[in-house]
Design a protein around this ligand. Sequence first.
Ligand SMILES: [Zn+2]
Ligand SMILES: [Zn+2]
Ligand SMILES: [Zn+2]
Length: 542
Amino acid sequence: MTAKINSEDYALALANRSAALYHLKEYDACIQDIHHALENKYPTELSYKLYEREVKCLKHIGNISQAKLKFKEFLSHLSLAFVSKEKKKDLEMKMKRFLKESNLNETNNKQDKLNVIKLFGGPNKNIPALSKFVKMKYSESMGRCLVVSSDINPGEVLAIEKPYAGVLRCESYGYNCQNCFKRCLSGIPCLKCTLVIYCDESCRKKSYDSGHKYECLIFSTFRSWPGMDHMEHLSLYIFLKSICKLGFDEYIATVCALNTDTTDPMMRGFNNNGKYLSDQFCSVYTLEGNESKRTVSDLFLRHCYAAVMVSIMTLAGLQIPNHQLGTVGESLVHIICVVSSNAHGITQLLNCETQLKKNLAVDKRFIPVASFLMPVLSLLNHHCDPNVVRHNYNGTVVLTAIQPISKDSQLFDNYGLLYATHPKESRLQRLKNQYCFCCECSTCKDNWPLYDVLADQPRSECKIFTDISSDLLQKSSMKLYEIINKIKSKECDGLQYIQFLYSHLKLLHDNIKRPWGEYCDCQETIKEILYSTANKFIIEDY
Ligand SMILES: [Zn+2]
Ligand SMILES: [Zn+2]
Ligand SMILES: [Zn+2]
């Protein structure tokens, strides 16, 4: 995709990729490449080949009426081809026969019913990314946090958020859209640089208007600068996006106002209409950067990053008036600190085949897609045994309860360090280094063991603290492991059992003493199913 746009080379590259996609049975992506190739100086005498391929794709997808229409276009382009009359007749006959053949052998995954993901109880009036049963609270020790106003069962969706800004991780350049982060097999490049791709024209335009027009100029210099990683890239992109969104003068005015703002800490980041929105700069800029808790060397490094960013932008021709360089630099340092304390890593399954692992060791099948800054999900505090889990659905992040949560309890996310997978000492150290706090969660206090230890505990050691019959529990447990085996042997993706798994988790939660290995197995199975079936869900728009 490095050929010049609107050149014959570019069209040929797209056409060749469409051939590969056809063989991979990625028919929608194939058709998209065919259309782009035809719009981009594909040689007229060869275009019958692309129409032929499009007719075949449409037939495979089951869109017969469209296939018949395209067949007519195929015939008219075949007449322009430099091939003999006999060959033309032969091609025409073959296509007619192909159209008549039945489509029975075709498996079409898209016929799977899509499940709609909805916020539990609908959206919160003032923070629409949250369920109406989740509210923001403030305490001196915890800062801002999220609390539920009702009892919550596992599986309830408590937040749905699109990031304020996100940048792709290097593993996903060329595979995921730079604007919406969807995996795109028939991506089109930026019109100016060849570093990023988009799923379509509309994403290309949105990305350009919302920051890539500046990013495009400095991207390659920035990436090659020592020490600049995806976190610094995200910080710079937040700045560029905000400049595009607000305009330079408005950006400076907003930053100055927020720097001296003495509003009640609970209301910081809310706009004049009393709403806290994921797509507004004030929600981002008022997130915690923990500057006062950072060491001098940490802050020095972040100031260096900001200085390099300002220099690269100035060299690339971005006009920053001299008297405002200080304000820009200061705001960049704060954004860099905010990103370091709040960014979320987004991963995706490399392929959709599930192979549930026996233990919880880091799973290599998950590849990093992007780093996001999400003002609402950033309000969650950390726990080494979180009660919610985040999943990425094509660039939208959904927060689901992964434990029963009782009314007035706080929601806890995990900052990548679970009690079951990371030894206590190293996880406390890492939390302190990156997020500037000492974890005092219940699992740290009670010194819960790693999963490896829990997995070896015999069933006789399971402590039931209610009078529930152990037969009932055992029956439900047997069903859990039957499901795990079915997923392991690839008999199914497990989605049909998800409601049972949620109720089994509640059963364990209400009756047995934790930590208990089976509880981890049940949670991990749910997480695995949600990951591997993300393509079977659509998200309700609020
Ligand atoms: Zn896109
Ligand atoms: Zn570009
Ligand atoms: Zn902890």
